[in-house]
Design a protein around this ligand. Structure first.
Ligand SMILES: Nc1nc2c(ncn2[C@@H]2O[C@H](COP(=O)(O)OP(=O)(O)OP(=O)(O)O)[C@@H](O)[C@H]2O)c(=O)[nH]1
Ligand SMILES: [Mg+2]
Length: 335
């Protein structure tokens, strides 16, 4: 299954350019002084978040990132050009770890945030730099310093205001596509969504919320079944959960049971996760045979009122968004 939100990469900074050893040659000046220029510095490797990127998949294929080396110095005091930095673009929410030391180098949570992972080698000095009153003709120059190497683990934990959770096929992606401009893949089979998809939802002119469509969870997800761990950890950094339950005639489980399966997984994964505020939403209202008993049994299972929507007809969507707007206004904060 093509799913990654972890990638191991090797980053290598550029080698410094060598300093130059040379002497001035001019007509009528038989003994020109030293004029070898310094080498340029090697480039750095920098990680930068880019909101356009939502997975680490590209880094899984490309495992090595090397910055450019500095150019050597030249005669006539020419300084070598510095090597270009190598910019590695990662999604917002990427945690960068040093594999060998085991520590977190940075948790990149803001768009455009950067962290410099390895710094380029310094350029070597040319022989001109070594000349002084008692040594006027140094016949040596310095080599550029080697670049640094670091093995880095990237791990994505998506950051969103609202995490949409539910069984596979519950209609999570359909809902996201209705309330945001995100266009996740939608299909009538489970596990259509394999990487969490963020979508920006305009609540009103002033307020935007990021909803994340989390891949479907199944029983045993907390044990890693169905890539459960990878999916569950994305929920950790959301502020509120939108728990979607299919109440249509073709649902894979009765509503109360579907609700409990997911709650059990959250609880078994972490009590902190299970304590997150949750809005329970019955969906596919348009395709339910007899919606009222289904909604009532879901409400009994979760112990409070539930909203009912249809992502196909749009019924209930406005109320759903205003529920989240109210929740935001009340200043409720999770995590
Ligand atoms: N009738 C009806 N069908 C819906 C509704 N919402 C979703 N569906 C259908 O349900 C199926 C699954 O929808 P998805 O949005 O892909 O479900 P998902 O929860 O994202 O599924 P996974 O990504 O596989 O976990 C699709 O065939 C949708 O067209 C709804 O409100 N009414
Ligand atoms: Mg989906």
């Amino acid at each position: 299954m093509l799913f990654r939100d972890e990638a191991q990469i090797l980053v290598v900074s550029g080698k410094g350019g060598d300093g130059c050893c040379s002497f001035r040659r001019e007509k009528f000046v038989p003994k020109g002084g030293p004029d070898g220029g310094d080498g340029g510095n090697g480039g750095d490797v920098v990680m930068r978040t880019d909101p356009q990127i939502t997975t680490l998949m590209d880094h899984y294929r490309k495992r090595r990132y090397t910055a450019e080396g500095g150019q050597p110095g030249g005669p006539k005091m020419m300084t070598g050009r510095n090597g270009q930095d190598c910019i590695v673009r990662v999604p917002v929410g990427t945690i960068v770890r040093d594999i060998d030391r085991g520590n977190v180098l940075r948790d990149l949570t803001e768009p455009g945030e950067e962290v410099r992972i390895v710094v380029g080698g310094k350029g070597g000095r040319g022989n001109k730099a070594f000349a002084h009153s008692t040594r006027q003709t140094p016949r040596f120059s310095e080599m550029g310093k080697a670049g640094e190497e670091r093995r880095v683990m990237l791990e994505l934990k998506m950051i969103a205001d609202v995490g949409i959770i539910g069984l596979p096929n519950a209609g999570k992606s359909t809902l996201l596509s209705r309330v945001s401009s995100a266009r996740p893949k939608i299909a009538a089979y489970p596990f259509t969504t394999l990487t969490p998809q963020p979508g920006i939802v305009e609540i009103d002119d002033m307020t935007q919320l990021v909803f994340a469509d989390i891949p479907g969870l199944v029983e045993g997800a907390h044990d890693g079944i169905g890539l459960g761990h990878q999916f569950l950890r994305h929920i950790e950094r959301t502020r509120i959960l939108l728990h979607l339950v299919d109440i249509s005639a073709t649902a894979s489980a009765p509503p109360a049971e579907a609700y409990r399966v997911i709650r059990n997984e959250l609880q078994s994964y972490s009590t902190e996760l299970a304590r997150k505020p949750e809005v329970v939403v019955a969906t596919k209202l348009d395709a339910a045979d007899d919606p009222q008993p289904a909604i009532a049994s879901l409400a009994r299972a979760c112990g409070h009122e539930v909203l009912a929507i249809s992502a196909v007809t749009g019924e209930g969507l406005r109320e759903l968004l205003s529920t989240f707007a109210r929740w935001l206004e009340s200043g409720a904060e999770a995590t």
